[in-house]
Design a protein around this ligand. Structure first.
Ligand SMILES: Cc1ncc(COP(=O)(O)O)c(C=O)c1O
Length: 405
């Protein structure tokens, strides 16, 4: 067996994207024991950096080891008791993932649904909360499957007014779109590294409000081998690995042993957040808006039609309709083979109908946008689609000229 030698790729799909070289460099740093003072100080720094990323002062801000859905599961299994009602606003595949996870947690799940490519209004959500009176409201900010960005600025306040905890999956949207956890009164928000944060998948940052923390701590049960004999309280959280109470004890001053924190993923997560803190969250969002809009202009310049309500599209993922009769997956394969560029397929009702092009993290750059448009133009022509010569690159360059920063 040979040494690993992955091909060089430009990952312009809906994630993962190419990790920032600073992140992979940080991840090759030496391992240190999990209770080494240097390690615990690095964990504390990471908590602090993610407070900046999430826009929060929540003490309970840390990373769950696992991919983005690890934090989703941790959130839902820890804040929802079996039998409690959870209302989920579903506008795409990842809303359905929340539904599935909430069902597995034993919740009584109620959904409201929107056609893929659209978002909910505050009024629709408030009406459903009033009608169903759930314990928890859960939604996705950016549903990668549809490219839509659910407005959230008013949602936290609505939830608080009705005594409901809110959970938001911001895996695809964070740092590419504005997300203000505290200002918007959101209770639990989680994400992953592999989109606009510019890292690999495998670490899932999460932030937990004091209100949600109280709910979780009311269900505290210390692991048998670590307990001082104090009885647990409330309904025990059904997962050991994803028990946010135990995770808070591990990340907090008691440093009560739980899993063995992955030093390598911690280094990666820390560097992702350090990059954002250095650039500034608002500047990072503006960068995604600039390059995402340039890509959208370029795709239109190729004569392609964009998918979904463009007024509510995430800055960082663009859905584009596959020209009628074109074998979309074959063209994607050719783009990968000839140019080393990956764009995304779609799921469910959009499979075979829409490609998804991501412009995120390290790849939210002018050269990455222009190379993708040039490659796509060439492949479209080779597949028999009539495209305006240079139409994609020109439209993107015009966008850059007119929106210089
Ligand atoms: C919005 C959203 N939520 C959740 C997930 C699941 O993430 P993971 O594959 O990292 O578990 C994804 C993955 O693409 C996503 O886009």
């Amino acid at each position: 067996m040979d040494q690993l030698n992955p091909p060089t790729r430009l990952l312009m799909g809906p994630g993962p994207i190419n990790a920032d070289p600073r992140v992979t460099r940080a991840m090759s740093s030496a391992l240190v024991g999990q209770f080494d003072p240097w390690m615990t100080a690095t964990m504390n720094e990471t908590m602090d950096l993610y407070r900046t990323v999430f826009g929060t002062k929540n003490w309970a801000t840390f990373v769950v080891d696992g991919t983005s859905r690890a934090a989703i599961e941790a959130a839902l299994v820890s804040i929802v008791e079996p039998g409690q009602k959870v209302l989920i606003a579903v506008m795409g595949r990842f809303g359905l993932l929340l539904k599935e996870i909430a069902e597995r947690v034993g919740a009584e799940v109620v959904t409201i649904e929107r056609p893929w490519g659209t978002v909910f209004t505050d009024a629709e959500i408030e009406e459903a909360i009033r009608a169903h009176q759930p314990a928890v409201f859960a939604t996705v900010q950016g549903d990668t499957a549809t490219t839509m960005n659910q407005p959230l600025a008013g949602i936290g306040a609505i939830c608080r007014k009705h005594g409901v905890l809110s959970y938001v999956d911001a895996t695809a949207s964070i740092v590419g779109n504005t997300l203000l956890t505290d200002e918007w009164d959101l209770d639990v928000v989680s994400c992953g590294l592999q989109k606009c944060l510019g890292g690999p998948s495998g670490s899932a940052p999460i932030t937990i409000s004091e209100r949600a923390r109280e709910v979780i701590e009311a269900r505290a049960h210390v692991e048998a081998g670590l307990s001082d004999g104090t009885a647990g309280q409330g309904v025990r959280i059904a997962s050991n690995y994803f028990d946010l109470g135990m995770l808070m004890d591990y990340w907090g001053p008691t440093r009560l042993n739980h899993h063995t924190e992955s030093a390598t993923m911690l280094y990666g997560a820390r560097e992702c957040a350090r990059l954002v803190a250095e650039e500034g969250v608002a500047q990072a969002v503006a960068r995604h808006a600039l390059h995402g809009a340039a890509m959208a202009a370029g795709l239109k310049g190729l004569g392609l039609e964009l998918f979904g309500d463009q007024a509510h599209r995430m800055n960082n993922v663009i859905g584009v309709k596959i020209p009628e009769g074109l074998p979309g997956d074959e063209l994607r394969a050719a783009l990968l083979e000839d140019f080393g560029i990956e764009i995304g397929t779609s799921f469910g009702p959009l499979a075979g109908v829409v490609w998804r092009v991501g412009v995120m993290g390290y790849n939210a750059r002018r050269d990455a946008v222009l190379a993708t448009l040039a490659g796509l133009e060439a492949e479209l022509r080779r597949f028999g689609v009539r495209v305006p010569a240079g139409g994609g690159v020109d439209a993107a360059l015009d966008h850059y000229r007119d929106n210089a920063r």
